[in-house]
Design a protein around this ligand. Sequence first.
Ligand code: PLP
Length: 371
Amino acid sequence: MMAQNRIYLSPPHLTNKAQEYVAEAIQSNWIAPVGPFVDRFENALRSYTNVPGVLALNSGTSAIHLALMLANVSADDEVLCSTFTFAASAFPILYQKAKPVFIECEENTWNICPNTLEDAIRNRLNAGKKPKALILAHCYGNPSDMPSILEICTKYEIEVIEDAAEALGSTLNSRPMGTWANLGIYSFNGNKIITCSSGGALICKDSILAQKAKKIASQSKEPTVHFEHHSEGHNFLLSNILSAIGVSQFEVLNNRVEMRVQNFIKYKNFFEQIAGVRWQIELPGAKSNRWLSAFAFGANSNISSSYLLNELAAQNIESRPLWKPLHTQQAFSGCPYFGNHFSEVLFENGICLPSGGSSATDVVPVLSNLL
Ligand SMILES: *Cc1c(COP(=O)(O)O)cnc(C)c1O
């Protein structure tokens, strides 16, 4: 039997305030990437992160691109990057004509493995190529081992960019993800835990660098009456209308985190009864927002992820395989890779289940019929 309404993987979840604030933005005629809602949105981010240097941007991808420019990444530089993540973590490395070096994830968190990271850094140093920066993602919202990663990167003087696109609302030792490194980014794309429909943000601890970021993101205009530009600029700022949606979403961030965590717990309680199923483990002191509920099936579980994907699709339920590791993607062919290939096993055997709203309440009974 076909479920009546399609259940999506990670649908946007707006409140009535979104319409109200967007109407207000339109009535006020603040339409461009400047205006009261941009200020309110940045203030919400400032108080959430406790970092003064925040910049609302038109996407998370732009935010990573901007962070790379602030880290002075340029042509032929090497940039270390998580392999088990969405391609947008690494595409901006290519925009800067630099070279990604992919690092495998660890088996508990599914985030970048600190030991493999240090091996890779040593290898590149021996080859006479000092990596310029590291981009690490908190996969599906689960906090990475930031203390270890920052210790390693401080030791080797490598700039860290925290891709917290999926991890808004996640914390480690009560500190928000996206605020551990000097540079952090968020995404407010339609599929993220809260959304502007499309949008992103840069979190920058160095206030001088934050001013530089704002200048680059607004076409590198010099403060003259005529249009004077001394360096390359970009059009990266977020419009006041989309910021209005973002303001309405920030009001319900805690609730959206709670809903996603509850979905994960329902799925986990179900899969705990089946041997050989694994999921992301939170480090001690970590709280994941469980942006996506993700599971992987071992050989002794007798579950095939492709069977589950197809059966759920037949019941009008959207699910997805786990990330295909970036080091196996044609777009990144020829890039160096360090690790034990664990993420390839995750990709072959894993699935992301519907994670928005109260979807697990509807999906768990379907799973228990199928398995
Ligand atoms: C969504 C996402 C991005 C890109 O964000 P956009 O706002 O869609 O440009 C980058 N990194 C990760 C890990 C993401 O999930």
